[in-house]
Ligand binder design. Structure first.
Ligand SMILES: Cc1cc2nc3c(=O)[nH]c(=O)nc-3n(C[C@H](O)[C@H](O)[C@H](O)COP(=O)(O)O)c2cc1C
Length: 185
């Protein structure tokens, strides 16, 4: 068993997160890990926004709440606002599509997703908890605009991170026989 395998087998997402958030030195290493994502033609088709602290998370909450529009009730707005406050830090993963004759957007999305996975694993192995979420906010053009995304960019997810308050029960893991086959039989 290697250290990486051990970290992978121990990992699981944690929704209940409190301060402290990952410190800068942990973040620096975790982003260096994210930048090891396999990347066809070295397009670097990803970037991240780190949102930390009351003021910044509150601004994210306001952005979420604004998607209700004028028809939204206070309850709906408050529900969306609270989503941003689920952790002391939210890292927004962004896929930045480049034009390339051999690398379609799907490959760039996959590279960006692998980076998110590495980032999550790195934070978890450093003792922090994390949960990758998308939901409607990830696909809402108002959110993309509010976070400063360009037309060639999409949100790959919100990585909520912080210290684990209370471990969530582990989810069942599939049996290898159910998802791996030799080919040909
Ligand atoms: C792209 C992506 C988006 C996700 N979005 C959500 C989400 O919005 N809400 C949620 O509860 N889980 C979401 N998940 C699933 C969790 O991050 C997590 O993987 C799941 O709860 C299983 O836990 P585990 O990571 O310990 O296996 C998402 C996962 C991925 C890969």
């Amino acid at each position: 068993m290697t250290a990486v395998m051990d970290a992978l087998l121990k990992r699981s997402s944690e929704p209940r997160l409190v301060a402290p958030a990952p410190d800068q030195s942990t973040l620096d290493k975790a982003f260096a890990c994210a930048a090891r994502a396999p990347d066809h033609a070295l397009l670097r088709p990803w970037r991240y926004l780190v949102i930390e602290g009351e003021e910044a998370l509150d601004a994210l909450g306001e952005l979420f709440a604004a998607t209700c529009g004028d028809d939204g009730t206070d309850k709906e707005r408050s529900k969306l606002h609270k989503k941003a406050l689920r952790a002391p830090m939210v890292i927004v993963g962004i896929a930045s599509y480049q034009t390339h004759p051999k690398v379609p957007e799907i490959e760039q999305s996959m590279s960006a997703a692998v980076g998110m996975g590495y980032l999550l694993l790195a934070l978890e192995s450093a003792g922090f908890g994390g949960m990758w979420r998308t939901g409607a906010m990830a696909y809402n053009p108002m959110i993309a605009r509010g976070l400063g995304l360009d037309d060639n960019e999409i949100i790959t997810g919100f990585l909520y991170t912080g210290s684990v308050n209370e471990n969530k029960p582990g989810v069942p893991r599939p049996e290898q026989k159910d998802f791996v086959r030799r080919w040909p039989d």
